[in-house]
Design a protein. Structure first.
Length: 304
């Protein structure tokens, strides 16, 4: 089943002291995001989830743990990209075998300036090796981090050749004109191709053109605000809801996003273990933590 549309959190990942994933805390957290957290879905092991820093064994085991916990399969898009195509195949098979057939796949990001033919071959090998008609791939355009942009022509070629298996795209470029270009070229939701910008500040700009929602790091902390804006009627109510969304996003953007969202969860849960980061990333400094606390308190006071 294709992933439902709407508000997604690129879920942060809790680590044990030895660097392994705290699976129980991770599942409980994603369940929170899917309920009180206001999200329609979660995207674990993406950029905000430090997915490229999670061991392959932990990433392979994760979908089965989510399935055992009863998390609905159409509410999860697992990140399964890897520089080695065989690793991406193994991760994607593990996700599909657990019932989670929707996957978010970075391009192979070690070699820079690959040709479109080379990138096409990577995704084609993944599709042919997994060999499942129910596989649904969301390609992941994040040139600032991967340094491997995905061209509109490549996306159209993959969509033409692999049909429904090419389910959509996450655009983390931060440039709405890029999201708009992908939507216009593919037809967006009207053509059953789901483009997700990476900021909830772009929510209604995207929806008005045919996006499927957003997949965002800051919805870890502010998903309920985005959900309110998603469901608000057009006019003054929606404008007011979106003003809160944009203010929250701007506040979150003042801090390292992953560390900031983890700090917010540490406060919410009362568990400081949430502040652990996978090296080379680091937790917030004492000053950053104090500033974030003050900003959050002021934000909720001002928007109450």
């Amino acid at each position: 089943m294709k992933a439902r549309r709407g508000i997604y959190a690129a879920a942060v990942t809790p680590f044990n002291a030895d660097g392994t994933v705290n699976t129980a805390a991770h599942i409980a957290y994603c369940q929170h995001l899917l309920s009180d957290g206001g999200c329609d879905g979660v995207a674990p092991t993406g950029t905000t989830g430090e997915g490229t820093s999670v061991t392959l064994s932990d990433r392979i085991a994760m979908p089965a743990a989510f399935a055992k916990a009863g998390i609905e399969t159409d509410r999860v898009i697992f990140g399964t990209g890897a520089p080695a195509s065989g690793d991406s195949v193994a991760l994607t098979k593990a996700s599909c075998d657990a019932g989670f057939t929707n996957v978010l796949v970075l391009p192979p990001y070690y070699y820079k300036t690959p040709s479109d033919d080379g990138l096409y071959a990577y995704y084609a090998r993944l599709i042919e090796s997994v060999a499942r008609d129910d596989l649904r791939i969301y390609v992941y355009h994040f040139p600032q981090m991967s340094a491997v942009p995905l061209s509109v022509d490549l996306v159209l070629r993959l969509k033409k050749d692999f049909g429904a298996i090419m389910a959509g795209l996450k655009d983390s470029s931060g440039d709405f004109s890029q999201s708009a270009a992908f939507i216009e070229a593919t037809g967006g939701v009207d053509a059953d191709f789901d483009v997700y910008p990476s900021s909830e500040a772009m929510l209604w700009d995207g929806l008005s053109m045919g996006s499927a929602g957003v997949i965002s790091g800051s919805t870890n902390g502010f998903g309920a605000l985005a959900q309110t804006a998603l469901n608000a009627p057009e006019g003054a109510e929606r404008d007011a809801a979106m003003a809160k969304v944009k203010a929250a996003r701007a506040m979150a953007s003042k801090y390292p996003l992953m560390a900031g969202m983890k700090q917010m969860e540490a406060w919410r849960s009362g568990d400081d273990n949430w502040t652990r980061m996978a090296p080379p990333l680091m937790p917030l400094s004492d000053q950053q933590r104090a500033d974030l606390r003050a900003d959050i308190d002021a934000f909720w006071e001002e928007t109450a």
